[in-house]
Design a protein around this ligand. Structure first.
Ligand code: SF4
Ligand code: SF4
Length: 238
């Protein structure tokens, strides 16, 4: 594997040719916002929060999908990026019903944290307030579509890690929704093993355990890196 040297926020850094800009930023402790990316899952570049500026490129680039190149000059923080990221977070809040004060993950939500990180003190877009369904048919878990940001972590962990492929997405744009088993109620799913991986990786309160009252669902995502190390390197270590 060859090594690439490039400039990251004014500093020269080296990285493997297979690494993405986001990989290197994580190694270098350079903060990059993200919602769809999660270590241990395949990339889909859906949330567009991890965009960076690359000198000579007319468009912003998703750092999770862009491999490092020799001589690249990358900027991860600028007024333009801050404004862009804040707009995305505001649009996510306006699109569905994110009422943090009565949410099961209040205080532990990645979307809520992003709101703080981008300095969102109000939302400039009209709230859509859609009346979306809650599926509480599963004996242990529930899905509240009103909290879903369509990151598809649930789809990927269930397919790539658990191997059940219970989740999918139906519809397009603002009408898109996650579904289980060809849009049957989750509780009737024949593919779901009730492992709970989808619930743990969900960044918001869209997927939660039924026993949790508001503000009490702390999610555990460390298991993914543990499983990945175990499977790829045969090392059962945390
Ligand atoms: S509980 Fe496990 S098997 Fe069932 S939908 Fe979630 S990840 Fe898939
Ligand atoms: S249910 Fe959660 S993990 Fe699945 S797409 Fe929605 S926000 Fe993402």
């Amino acid at each position: 594997m060859s090594v690439k040297t490039f400039t990251l926020n004014g500093e020269l850094v080296s990285a493997g040719e297979d690494q993405t800009i986001l990989d290197v930023c994580d190694e270098q402790k350079v903060p990059i916002p993200r919602l769809c990316h999660l270590e241990g899952l395949g990339e889909i570049g859906a949330c567009r929060l991890c965009m960076v500026e690359i000198q000579g490129w007319s468009k912003l680039a998703p750092s999770c999908m862009t491999r490092v190149e020799e001589g690249m000059v990358v900027t991860t923080s600028s007024e333009r990026l801050q404004s862009y990221r804040r707009s995305i977070v505001e649009l996510l809040f306006a699109e569905r019903n994110h009422v943090c004060a009565i949410c099961v993950v209040n205080g532990y939500c990645e979307l809520q944290n992003l709101g703080y990180a981008v300095g969102m003190d109000h939302v400039r877009f009209a709230y859509q307030n859609p009346a979306l369904q809650i599926d509480a048919s599963h004996k242990r878990f529930a899905l509240d579509n009103n909290r879903c940001v369509l990151c598809q972590r649930c789809v990927r962990v269930c397919d790539e890690v658990e191997g059940a492929h219970t989740w999918d997405v139906k519809g397009r744009g603002a009408a898109a929704q996650v579904i289980t088993d060809l849009d049957a109620p989750w509780g009737q799913s024949e593919s779901c093993t009730s492992c709970g991986k989808c619930v743990q990786v969900c960044p918001t309160g869209a997927l939660f355990e039924k026993i949790r009252p508001k503000a009490e669902m702390v999610k555990n995502r460390d298991f993914l890196v543990y499983l990945k190390t175990a499977r790829e390197k045969k090392l059962w270590i945390r």
